[in-house]
Ligand binder design. Structure first.
Ligand code: SAM
Length: 224
């Protein structure tokens, strides 16, 4: 998979992809993440990429030309499955959506800034609009990082144990069960004995019951 991120603040993203699982995923060849600075596609000497909104009002708007140039260049080089604009009025990101996107080949993630991008970018180039929650961030970079992270950890081979992602919250519409590690006894707080019994079937069923209980308590909507 290849993920191209189009942004006007590339430095916000550079370090995010240079650590931990995301770094290993790239080094292992499971994903290629390429970050593009919209300013590199501005044609004026001040490298401006924004302008006042037609009709007036507070806030600048990202112009269409530099973004169009960037996306067209990428699309001339390879086929993309989706051009995704991160935006608070997009479809709410959920695990189901992430699972589906993890099966795609190449994705472009477009980050807005200021008041957002000129509507014509959305009309002409964007194929999917995604929100990471009902709140407004200053830019789409964090949202793109959240989406890319959630996708990349699902790619086969990225996690050491392939089954790990399947037992995380929201797969099967359940929250994950509690987890424990050593010591088995911390100041009298003991790990449930069943987990140390070595009885796989009983452990599985205990975990399932815990997941169900936690989901009923915290997110009954997932069970509806
Ligand atoms: N004027 C826009 C509105 O009210 O919908 C908000 C613009 S916001 C200040 C600037 C950029 O941050 C957006 O273009 C988008 O790319 C990103 N952004 C902000 N909140 C987001 C969210 N909840 N999900 C995804 N992207 C978000």
């Amino acid at each position: 998979m290849r993920i191209d991120i189009v942004t006007c603040v590339p430095s916000l993203l550079d370090s995010f992809f240079a650590h931990s699982i995301l770094k290993r995923a790239q080094q292992g060849g499971f994903v290629e993440v390429v970050i593009h600075d919209i300013r590199d596609y501005s044609v004026n000497k001040h490298r401006t990429i924004d302008d006042y909104a037609f009709g007036g009002g507070a806030g600048m708007v990202l112009q269409i030309e530099p973004i169009a140039r960037c996306i067209r260049k990428l699309q001339s080089e390879r086929q993309y499955d989706e051009v995704i604009y991160l935006t608070p009025d997009g479809e709410l990101m959920q695990q189901r959506m992430v699972n589906q996107l993890s099966l795609k080949g190449n994705l472009i993630l477009l980050c807005g800034h200021y008041k957002g991008v000129d509507q014509r970018v959305r009309d002409l180039f964007v194929t999917k609009e995604v929100s990471i929650g009902d709140y407004v961030l200053s830019g789409g970079e964090l949202a793109a990082a959240v989406l890319a992270d959630a996708i990349i950890r699902l790619l086969p081979g990225v996690l050491n144990d392939e089954t790990s992602a399947l037992t995380d919250s929201f797969q099967d519409n359940l929250l994950a069960p509690p987890v424990y590690t050593r010591p088995a006894d911390f100041e009298g707080n003991k790990v449930p004995e069943i987990l140390m019994s070595g009885h796989e079937a009983k452990i599985e069923s205990w975990r399932y019951e815990q997941s169900l209980r936690r989901t009923k308590e915290r997110r009954p909507d997932l069970l509806e």
